[in-house]
Design a protein around this ligand. Sequence first.
Ligand code: FES
Length: 154
Amino acid sequence: MERRQFLTWVGVGMLASSLPFALAACSPGEEDNAAGESGTPASDPIAPLETTIDDQGFQALASREQLNMGPVFVASATVPVLIFEINGEMAALNPTCTHRGCTVALQENGTFLCPCHGAEFTADGTVTDGPAEAPLPAFEVKTEGDRILVKVGA
Ligand code: FES
């Protein structure tokens, strides 16, 4: 085998061996996001106020005082929960986008926008614009004294 022929075969071999990596870098699961963000939450969730879940599935996740300072993002025992107020009513939902799992952001108008691919949701989690197709799971929420309880269990 001549030197030139050998180098051609080595080049083809290297190209073939690097092809899986090149394809993986362009796979649909690794699509760039519209906003240029990685989908990492803007702030990490805080620990729940209490760790126990009662027999009705409620867990005390935050205090009224915490909510008075703005939406509260909590890592409950089972799922992430965002507690917020809209039109004077307390609400809670899982802020994990149902498209590919980015954390949605609450907008001033009370809707949610996903920073990754632009999906939009109403305050009750209903999808108003894709690519997400499923709603954000909403939770029952209530207060007991200063404690805000969210039904995170069955
Ligand atoms: Fe794609 Fe939210 S992760 S729109």
